[in-house]
Design a protein around this ligand. Structure first.
Ligand SMILES: NC(=O)c1ccc[n+]([C@@H]2O[C@H](COP(=O)([O-])OP(=O)(O)OC[C@H]3O[C@@H](n4cnc5c(N)ncnc54)[C@H](O)[C@@H]3O)[C@@H](O)[C@H]2O)c1
Length: 433
């Protein structure tokens, strides 16, 4: 039997008998829930990350994602030593893929690929990070070809975008249909075999680029629709329209409408970032992405509108203080990446307007990373003295907030989430922005 067939059928056997050893590279919001799911399905899994603090916590059975029910079974190990994942059969890559000056930054992947080197041989590689269509082929496959690693022969490439919704479904990841794709028929067959054992439903994309594009398509759809509702929300008041009622009404149509709700802008590692991957790639092939460009602009304007409203309140801000309720980009989680609250803080700081903030999910903000003032206090959400503040700004609608207290005790509320309108409460103190 040719060597490539032996490698392929050995991997098949190992997957079928659950004796395949799995490594997950990057233990963040995506990687750690994947580790958890895989061990539940009875495979041995090693979680690898360069962050020693994270690994130390995990080795001491401490979980840093509060809403993930992490099971520290005998099936799971954690390490920051790359040698510990050399002898595995399947490598799942969940590394961060940020933008740098609006250009894809694949540096995290580059570091890992360089370090892991020839150890990719004879393995199934599952790339889960979000990136522009073409990344897996142009970057990973071409790079490793130079090391004589040939797709479908002595290495098996697949791309499977992660669809996790942090704070909502990390404990039920297996229920989210999983898009899978592979470079060759053998690559496809291996990922299908493995992920069918892990996830309830798999959808096989025609090729890797299509699977990469599918993920971006989903997130562009969200970015554009969020921008759309965030633009037309300003029409509601002058037209005597209750925006939430209009959305709820439209929702009753059984086809052709999907609700999106107003908010202070977009945040997190996906919606603000992924569309720009496509813009970058489009430019490279001489095409435009006008919807993406416009929605990016509109989604950024929300914070400007809040700031303008505050500035119009007063000329002298010496005795003026604001309370920011919620710093994470969405409710009930601790992720502050690209959060509109952080942008608001940076802008208030520039205007020398004082503020405190309150977020039950955030113990400490990395103020140097976020470029925000060190003097502002993180107020305990159970002990807020609302009277101290001229305006309470509801930026994140965490379930832990006491909304009747916010309403009763605040002098003025900017409700960016339309929370009170959703609760059917109207009051002169509330300004929806
Ligand atoms: N967060 C989400 O909601 C979400 C959803 C779907 C897809 N994604 C995509 O998944 C990928 C991962 O996102 P995330 O939110 O989990 O990122 P994250 O920043 O939460 O976690 C990434 C982890 O990778 C580690 N890391 C960085 N460089 C490393 C290296 N060279 N070797 C080993 N470990 C390294 C970091 O220490 C960190 O723990 C991104 O491409 C993202 O776009 C994220």
């Amino acid at each position: 039997m040719p060597l490539s067939k032996i490698i392929f059928s050995t991997l098949r056997k190992k997957i079928n008998s659950t004796s395949a050893q799995i490594a997950v590279v990057g233990l963040g919001y995506v990687g750690l829930p994947i580790v958890n799911l895989i061990q539940k399905k009875k495979y041995n899994v090693i979680g690898y990350d360069i962050d020693k603090k994270k690994i130390n916590l995990l080795q001491n059975k401490k979980n840093y994602i509060p809403y993930l029910k992490l099971n520290f079974s005998k099936k799971v190990k954690f390490s920051f030593e790359i040698k510990d994942i050399e002898n595995t059969d399947i490598i799942i890559i969940a590394l961060p893929t940020p933008l740098k000056n609006k250009k894809p930054d694949l540096n995290n992947l580059e570091i890992f690929v360089r370090k892991f080197g020839d150890n990719f041989k004879n393995k199934l590689i599952i790339f889960e990070s979000t990136s522009y269509p073409g990344t897996t082929r142009e970057y990973l496959i071409e790079k490793l070809k130079k090391k004589n690693l040939i797709a479908g022969k002595n290495i098996f490439y697949s791309f499977s975008p992660e669809r996790i919704n942090p704070g909502e479904n990390e404990n039920n990841l297996n229920k989210i249909p999983k898009i899978i794709s592979g470079e060759t028929e053998n690559c496809k067959s291996l990922i299908k075999l493995f992920y069918s054992k892990i996830f309830e439903t798999v959808y096989i994309s025609k090729n890797i680029e299509t699977a990469e594009f599918t993920k971006i398509l989903e997130n562009v759809f969200r970015a554009v629709n969020i921008a759309f509702i965030n633009e037309i929300k300003y029409l509601a008041d002058p037209l005597n329209v209750n925006l939430i009622d209009a959305i709820e009404g439209a929702k009753t149509k059984p086809f052709g409408y999907m609700p999106f709700y107003p908010g202070p802008g977009i945040g997190g590692h996906c919606i603000p970032v992924d569309p720009l991957y496509l813009t970058w790639k489009a430019k490279k092939i001489g095409l435009r992405t006008r919807f993406i460009n416009l929605s990016e602009k509109i989604n950024q304007e929300n914070v400007d509108k809040i700031l303008k409203f505050i500035i119009n309140q007063k000329k002298n801000f010496k005795k003026f203080k604001i309370l920011i309720l919620g710093v994470s980009y969405k409710k009930n989680i601790d992720d502050v990446r690209e959060s509109s609250s952080v942008k608001l803080m940076q802008n208030l700081q520039k205007k020398k307007i004082k503020y405190d903030y309150c977020d039950p999910y955030i113990k400490k903000l990395k103020k140097d990373v976020l470029k925000i003032n060190l003097n502002n206090k993180n107020i305990n959400y159970k002990q807020i003295n609302y009277k101290k503040y001229n305006i309470s700004i509801l930026m994140t609608d965490h379930d832990k907030f006491n909304y009747s207290q916010i309403l009763n005790k605040s002098k003025l509320i900017i409700d960016t989430r339309y929370k009170y309108m959703k609760m059917n409460i109207s009051n002169n103190k509330i300004k929806n922005l």
